[in-house]
Ligand binder design. Structure first.
Ligand SMILES: [Fe+2]
Ligand SMILES: [Fe+2]
Length: 302
């Protein structure tokens, strides 16, 4: 997912050196233009099996399509924060193309599975109601390291989410889409992690400050973005109720996860934060995360 810049985001107010080489050489077309590694034409849409369609997963797909397709606005923010870094600007451009492609593919899937779903109309509603501030020149995380760390947390979350959904579904087209997207999200994590290392050698942000950013970004997973996307994608005719939509989204999303997904996401976030990804603290945190995931799957407050 592309996903917001976090807690600073508010609906109707506020609501990501071996940098470029991560994407190369596959990311260049024959004309030398940046391009994603796969396109919707690579998806075997003809294999769609309605009998294996899970309506709960379709609801998640509709919400995810909207947040993914909203990447362009967030790219503006990142380009402002890294305005003097041409390497990052190029990488973010390709990142945007890939995130938008995630949105387009998920939107197409949702329209295939539900002919009444209008992706363009749902996205208009989402974009009108969920505004990301882009007129900033510094990261809301206090440093470029903090910004890149927050992006790593998001990509750890999205790679886990698509891995979990791909394993949970028996529908072959959704399986293929999730596999492609999850691979992109893992690569995005590596991309931002490499940028983080580059800037950490310059900014030398303390471990405590990095942990604060990571924990803060994890807690923002419950902010308005996914709940509002769930509303726009699934029940636009009803009044928006953030608490109910947040619970409706969470109970469907978190039940997809297995312990191994929680464990891997924690390891990725620990690594980006500068903590041991396989140590005692990581194991304890994985257990805490797993309990939290199970509680959200049951719809319980956490
Ligand atoms: Fe994505
Ligand atoms: Fe991503």
């Amino acid at each position: 997912m592309a996903h917001s810049c976090g807690r600073e985001s508010r609906r109707r107010g506020l609501h990501g050196q071996r940098w470029l080489p991560i994407f190369m050489p596959d990311a260049l077309s024959q004309k030398g233009e940046l391009m994603p590694r796969w396109t919707p034409d690579d998806i075997r849409w003809d294999r769609f099996d309605r009998d294996k369609l899970d309506p709960d997963l379709l609801r998640l797909v509709k919400a995810a399509a909207l947040t993914e397709f909203n990447a362009a606005r967030y790219t503006q923010y990142l380009n402002n924060v890294f305005s003097d870094d041409e390497e990052i600007a190029q990488s973010v451009s390709l990142w945007q193309l890939e995130e938008e492609q995630h949105g387009r593919s998920l939107g197409r899937y949702a329209e295939l599975a539900d002919p009444d779903f209008d992706f363009a109309a749902a996205f208009r509603l989402f974009q009108e109601g969920y505004v990301i501030p882009v007129d900033v020149t510094q990261s809301v995380r206090g440093s470029r390291v903090g910004e890149l760390l927050a992006r790593c947390v998001v990509e750890a979350g999205t790679s886990s989410f698509y891995s979990a959904m791909g394993e949970a579904t028996g529908e072959p087209v959704l399986q293929q889409i999730c596999k492609q997207i999850a691979a992109d999200e893992f690569r995005h994590y590596r991309l931002f992690l490499d940028g983080l290392k580059k800037y950490q050698s310059r900014e030398n942000v303390s471990l405590a400050a990095r942990i604060r950013v990571a924990v803060g970004r994890v807690l923002e997973a419950d902010d308005d973005e996914l709940a509002f996307a769930y509303h726009c994608g699934n029940e636009p005719e009803s009044p928006y109720d953030r608490g109910r939509c947040n619970a409706a989204y969470g109970s469907r999303a978190y039940r997809l996860y297995g312990y191994h997904h929680a464990e891997r996401a924690v390891a990725m976030i620990f690594k980006a934060s500068g903590l041991k990804p396989q140590g005692w603290l990581a194991r304890q945190t994985s257990r805490w995360a797993w309990r939290r995931i199970q509680a959200r799957a049951l719809g319980a407050p956490t």
